[in-house]
Design a protein around this ligand. Structure first.
Ligand code: GRF
Length: 199
């Protein structure tokens, strides 16, 4: 598996992928990291390992599809076959999805279809759910709406804050994302309609 990782922030999910590779738990390599944010620590994590780390300023590509076309060009230049959205705060367009059909994966910090979009952990707290968690799914044109690959559940404690719940979910994210990518690496995933079959 040759991974291209798109990230907008600190990159703890990227780090979890890199750690899983080092531990021999994920048969993959990260060929490039791209961020829309110049100061994304995810770029630091890549650069410090000699992985091509590219800041692509949205201002230079005002149209989303044009931005994504540049992303595709960069990823293809290092022979990426699978794209991972790891804390990536942009909506991807058909330009990216058509270039990597059923090979774009996202990690979301809630049990989809509940609480799509931003601040999912806060949404869960405000709704008053007893359990939340995280979801790894294939990305489609919608917002956090593609076929679900894996999910993990965590309890919501009465005294939880957004930070304490996010930390509990993040721990599961760091386990779940590499696990889902290894299923892809072993070609154990098949998409049948909306369902993902693990064989
Ligand atoms: C994570 O909770 C992820 O689910 C969400 O962004 C958060 C930050 O991820 N999309 P990271 O630490 O930048 O990987």
């Amino acid at each position: 598996l040759k991974l291209g990782v798109l990230a907008s922030g600190r990159g703890s999910n990227l780090q979890a992928v890199l750690d899983a590779i080092d531990a021999g738990k994920l048969d993959a390599q990260v060929a490039m990291v791209i961020s829309d944010k110049q100061n994304a620590y995810a770029l630091e994590r890549a650069a410090s390992r000699g992985i091509p780390a590219v800041h692509l300023p949205p201002a230079d590509y005002p149209e989303r599809p044009v931005y994504d076309r540049k992303v595709v060009e960069l990823l293809k230049s290092v022979h990426v076959d699978t794209v991972v959205l790891a804390g990536y705060m942009r909506i991807v367009t058909g330009e990216l999805l058509d270039a990597f059909p059923w090979r774009v994966v996202n990690i979301h910090p809630a049990l989809l279809p509940s609480f799509p979009g931003l601040h999912a952990q806060r949404q869960a707290l405000q709704y008053g759910v007893r359990y939340s968690g995280c979801t790894v799914h294939f990305v489609d044109e919608g917002l956090d709406s593609g076929p679900i690959i894996l999910q993990a559940v965590v309890p919501v404690e009465p005294d939880d804050s957004e930070d304490t719940l996010s930390a509990r979910i993040l721990k599961e994210e760091h386990r779940l994302l590499p696990e889902a990518l290894q299923l892809l690496a072993k070609e154990r995933l098949a998409v049948v309609g909306r369902r993902v079959i693990i064989r």
